[in-house]
Design a protein around this ligand. Structure first.
Ligand code: KE4
Length: 432
């Protein structure tokens, strides 16, 4: 029997000082039962909890650890940068290196601004879209999560969905009156919305591959359709690539699907595990930002040298500047191995599972129906997921503690890790 005595003690202590004992709700295990464990060490594909239990990690701090945890190149880059100071609040060379690299890798991004979180990046991109178009309305899709900024916390995904009350308390109706929520992958709903709001929509913000209600993919032609309909109406298309950026391809989901959005947001991978976000796009839009233009946006630690060093080390080690011999073939191979193994395990156990995957992002839903949007995802058997999650945890495999999160694979996940995961899943599925 696995002991988690130290984690339990820490959780009891945490509850005294931190709401719910966690600094982000999805960590609280409320959707899967039991209490969260505490981690004080991570390396490669593994984390170790404070009781010394080793776990193969498919959360990877929600995406940033694409090279696995504590990659030597990142650790040495952070140490080296820290020797010169942790923050200047004055422009530093690494900000320029990062900005130039992102602009080189993502053709739709001609200028970019760093922030300290994905929430900030998405919030700022929305403000910029409204400032540039002089319009107020924004379309988002149910189940998509763009951080916890007031105007976007409407039918949001991730933790908001996990808790079953997609709309958050504390958000005045006035703050969301300009937010229109539509179902993802539904062309007619978007057409009807633009017809009813001609020349009033500032933009669409969308996760090109939604990873905050589990994971599902855009139907063929859907992203192209969003690009066309926004262009035709003078609205902007904003790709939220906080999760997919530099994970699904060197140039993110927009490279993989061949789309050029007007604005994009980034985070996670570009911070290598440190607090970073970014938003960028067409120069004439970005130049509306202060100090050049009237749209205000700021941040004490934006472009912080330590975070830039960590993010640059992450990107460099991924091989993003190399068209061949970069990490994406390996990530694809590991994802394919995991998918094949989990599909076989479900089939052998006679358990209906819909397994969605895009590169190194994945999600298994306990349903025999396809999952193309959050309504489909909500039909899956969450009780089965709960049992599956706990069974895998007891076998040393850590999945995201919610059906409504994506799983992530790193270059540090070995074939043996994945074989161990598949064995654990096969054993767990026989108990469901
Ligand atoms: P942050 O503010 O958490 O850095 O980024 C917000 C965000 C924006 N856009 C997308 C597509 C995202 O996935 C996120 C954050 N992702 C969640 C995981 N689903 C972060 C985990 C958490 O909230 O604890």
């Amino acid at each position: 029997m696995i002991s988690r005595t130290q984690s339990e003690k820490l959780f009891a202590e945490a509850l005294k000082y931190i709401p719910g004992g966690v600094n982000s709700p999805v960590r609280a295990f409320r959707a899967v039962g039991g209490n969260p464990f505490f981690v004080n060490r991570a390396s490669g594909s593994k984390v170790w909890d404070v009781d010394g239990n080793e776990l193969i990690d498919y959360v990877l701090t929600w995406g940033p650890a694409i090279l696995g945890h504590a990659h030597p190149k990142i650790i040495s880059a952070v140490k080296a940068a820290a020797e010169y100071g942790t923050s200047f609040g004055i422009p530093n060379p690494l900000e320029v290196t990062m900005a130039r690299l992102i602009c080189e890798l993502v053709p739709s991004v001609k200028k970019i601004r760093m922030t300290s979180s994905g929430t900030e990046a998405c919030m700022s991109a929305i403000r910029l879209a409204r400032g540039f178009t002089q319009r107020d309305k924004i379309i988002k899709f149910d189940g998509c999560y763009h951080g916890h900024t007031d105007s976007l916390l409407v039918k949001a995904g991730s933790g908001a969905l996990t808790f079953g009350h997609p709309d958050s308390a504390g958000v005045p109706a006035a703050f969301t009156q300009h937010t229109i929520v539509l179902p993802f992958n539904d062309v007619e709903a978007v057409k009807a919305c633009f017809a009813a709001n001609k020349n009033q929509i500032a933009g669409i913000i969308v996760e090109p591959v939604p990873g905050n209600a589990g994971l599902y993919l855009p139907k063929p032609g859907y992203l192209e359709f969003l690009s066309e309909i926004t262009t035709a109406d003078g609205a902007l298309l904003i790709f939220d690539e906080v999760m997919t950026g530099f994970r699904l391809a060197r140039g993110g989901a927009q490279e993989r699907f061949g789309i050029r959005p007007d604005l994009s947001t980034f985070g996670k991978v570009i911070g290598g595990g440190l607090p970073v976000g970014a938003f960028g796009g067409r120069a004439e839009i970005m130049d509306c930002l202060a100090p050049l233009g009237p749209v205000y946006q700021a941040g004490t630690l934006s472009g912080n040298p330590i975070a830039m060093a960590a993010g640059l080390a992450n990107l460099e080690e991924l091989g993003v500047t190399r068209e061949t011999g970069n990490a994406y073939d390996l990530l694809e191979a590991r994802g394919a191995q995991l998918e094949a193994g989990l599909r076989d395990a479900a089939k052998s156990a006679g358990v209906p599972v819909t397994f969605n995957r895009c590169g190194s992002m994945f999600c298994g839903y306990f349903t025999s129906e396809p999952v193309y949007n959050v309504a489909d995802a909500m039909k899956s058997d969450r009780e089965r997921f709960k049992k599956f999650f706990q069974a895998l945890l007891n076998e040393g495999v850590y999945l995201a503690p919610s059906q409504f999160e994506a799983g992530f694979i790193s270059t540090a996940h070995t074939p043996a890790d994945i074989e161990q995961t598949v064995r654990a899943a096969a054993k767990a599925m026989r108990t469901l």
